[in-house]
Design a protein around this ligand. Sequence first.
Ligand SMILES: [Fe+2]
Length: 310
Amino acid sequence: MTRAIDIAQVSYEAPDLALMERFLTDFGLSRIAHEKDALYMRGAGRQHHLHVTRRAAQARFVGASFEMSDEADLDALAALPGSSPVMESDEPGGGLVVRMTMPDGFEIRAVYGRAGAEPMPVKAPNHFNDGVFKRRIGSTVRTQRAPCQALRLGHVVLHVSDHDASVRWLQQRFDLLPSDHFLPPGQDGPVIGTFLRFNRGADCVDHHCMLVLQSNKVGVHHCSFEVQDVDAVMGAHDFLTAQGYQLDCGVGRHLLGSQIFDYWKDPFGFRVEHYTDGDVVDASHRPGTFNGTACETTQWGMEPPPEFFE
Ligand SMILES: [Fe+2]
């Protein structure tokens, strides 16, 4: 079984790379490379880049890339129908890549051997003094309304025309495990959404690296970047508000995955999320099911607007 160990990047097309760079910089990413027709933005962590925008007349979500555990995985993936051969990546950081096309046309790339980025110094978390457990002794919290650091790409959410086919396609290639299933409100089936996570055995991973949702509106729903703590989320929220960016939904806490979330729209209308304090589980976690209403997916905070669920 071929196995992915991390989500490496999301890729888009857009007509104005400078506009995208300004937004993503304010959102907490940093430019690592800028070619004439492509922008590469990194986070603070080890992945060479996390967000790619290629210049094109129309804005479009292209797809996502997964980092594989073994070079031999690329050979196995290349042998599957519809896959490209193993190729040298044409992106900064290099490495090897296999290009595949998911049902509904999303480009999914498996990468191996890409150069890492030198991790950036990261602001330490502000320790939280719980009611009964005090971790911050004799020190203060001092935080700012300022861009936060996007530490890493956490997940991407796709709307697909055939949930079962898309989940099967992803699981067969990347050994992803289901963490939770969505059912229609009040019903016992069918499954209309699946949260998928990496299989890293006894090591804990995020509750999901991908969510696949049945929908009439095929496309990306959002991509999401982890930030350090709730002060980072809130300071960035105030900063992005002051810059005049379009808030989509936040701040709040999700039910499935438990993340504290904050959703914004980039200049081309794509939804991007900051999150912190998400659930982590190992490979022994068994999926649950949820058949509540859309509103019940938010535990507190701003409830998403109706179009969030379209
Ligand atoms: Fe999310």
